[in-house]
Design a protein around this ligand. Structure first.
Ligand code: TYD
Length: 415
């Protein structure tokens, strides 16, 4: 099934500026989809693998995947639930508060969340008496949101749906898309849909992982098929200004290994000091140069070698090693580094859906956290490194008893 190309398309032009000046700088695949955890009865069936190549557009600076897997395959049945992550629940509660406070959104306003998952963000908006509507393509997740009292449309957001919603519900004061903007195949059509549905004085809030952080901290494992693009502010400025929109404010935030929260309005606007600061940071990080990405690719190769050498030497000493957090990014790391059950006995994870399943590609069993506490390994490879602070605190008993965490990035480190 490797390279089964009726299930993906290879891009020929940049998804923001349409230029053909695309330069491939990193290849992490072919590997299976990062969230396609397997049941035991699926282990012997052939597993689809897809290329995972990353390229840089030297015209507008956008970093993007060279191949786009069919969204029906990626998002129709989804393993990730926002509400299983306490830190993300708290994060979304603060986001709702920030939007309402900053833009003075009156009670009764319509808030539409695109890629609303299980409704965690909209639930926070409901506490401020907002009317809410979720758009969620994954049927299993949309159903769950509805059962939690969050009205949710099980569909992909595009221009057609935007026009229909606008006719049915009127324009929205707030449209949010957190960790969605990087996932959308037709970025321009999606954004045009937002301009139809958004009120003239409305605000469009997006959150995306920040390319500067990914490069600086070597977070290459955040690259997987769902994430079609790796954003910096500059390409977003290009995109929104082409559609007559303007970035009101940008915040650099800590989630998902470093992200940006971008507030966009329907009309152009002047440069804020924070936006200017980030653009300066991007220029200093030389985001406009192909060499920056070639160096990143070299460092990723070096990291693979050092992680494997550490894990193999620990195994040679008879150590038991488990993974901590069956993350999607963990599956990029495990597949790219070829870390299987010869190294990791299991991975512990708090998500009921993942427990009892096996990781895509490397087929490592996923166990509940209770297993980790009952039979603690000598070392825990922290695949959920985005929660490192919280997890190291939470697992103080394990650590006091001599257990050690391996933080894989940017350089493997024992703590
Ligand atoms: P997430 O941060 O969404 O990463 P990705 O987008 O790469 O999948 O996933 C975090 C995963 O880690 C999720 O499956 C829950 C798990 N987890 C634990 O098992 N224990 C913990 O203490 C935390 C914070 C997360």
């Amino acid at each position: 099934m490797k390279g089964n190309n009726d299930q993906y398309t290879t891009i020929t032009a940049c998804s923001i500026c349409r230029s053909r000046t695309l330069h491939k700088f990193l290849s992490l695949g072919p590997i299976p989809l990062a969230n396609s955890f397997l049941r035991e009865d699926q282990l012997s069936a052939p597993e689809p693998h897809y290329p995972l190549d990353v390229c840089f557009c030297s015209t507008c600076g956008l970093v993007q995947l060279a191949h786009v897997v069919d969204p029906e395959i990626l998002f129709k049945d989804y393993a990730y639930l926002t509400s299983t992550s306490k830190p993300m629940e708290a994060h979304f509660a603060k986001l709702a508060e920030d939007i309402i406070w900053r833009f003075n959104v009156p009670p009764g306003s319509l808030v539409v969340d695109i890629g609303s998952n299980d409704g965690t963000l909209l639930h926070s908006f409901q506490k401020y008496d907002m009317k809410t509507l979720g758009i969620e393509p994954a049927a299993n997740v949309a159903k769950l949101a509805v059962s939690r009292g969050i009205e949710t449309r099980n569909d992909f957001f595009d221009e057609r749906l935007a026009r229909r919603l606008c006719a049915e519900r009127g324009q929205a004061k707030v449209i949010s898309a957190t960790n969605v903007f990087a996932h959308v195949a037709d970025l321009e059509g999606f954004t045009r849909g937002v301009t139809h549905l958004l009120a003239e004085d409305g605000i469009f809030a997006i959150e995306v992982p920040y390319l500067v952080d990914m490069l600086k901290r070597l977070e290459f494992d955040t690259i997987y098929h769902e994430h079609l693009r790796y954003f910096a502010v500059q390409p977003l400025v290009t995109l929104f200004s082409r559609l007559g929109m303007g970035i009101v404010e940008v915040q650099h935030i800590g989630v998902h290994g470093g992200s940006i929260r971008v507030y966009v309005q329907k009309s152009p606007c002047s440069l804020s000091s924070r936006k200017a600061e980030l653009l300066k940071l991007e220029a200093e990080a030389k985001l406009g140069s192909l060499k920056t990405y070639q160096k990143f690719a070299e460092e990723v190769g070096g990291m693979k070698e050092s992680l494997l050498s550490l894990l193999k030497s620990l195994k040679a000493q008879g150590a038991i090693i488990a993974g901590y957090g069956a993350t999607a990014k963990g599956n990029t790391l495990l597949n790219y580094c070829n870390i299987g059950t010869d190294i990791l006995d299991y991975i512990s994870d708090t998500t009921p859906f993942k427990q009892g399943r096996y990781t895509p590609g490397m087929h490592i069993p996923v166990f509940p956290e209770s297993h980790f506490h009952e039979s603690p390994p000598d070392y825990a490879l922290l695949l959920a490194w985005n929660y490192a602070g919280k997890i190291l605190q939470k697992e103080v008993v394990y650590r006091q008893a001599g257990g050690r965490f391996i933080l894989p990035l940017p350089k493997p480190q024992l703590v």
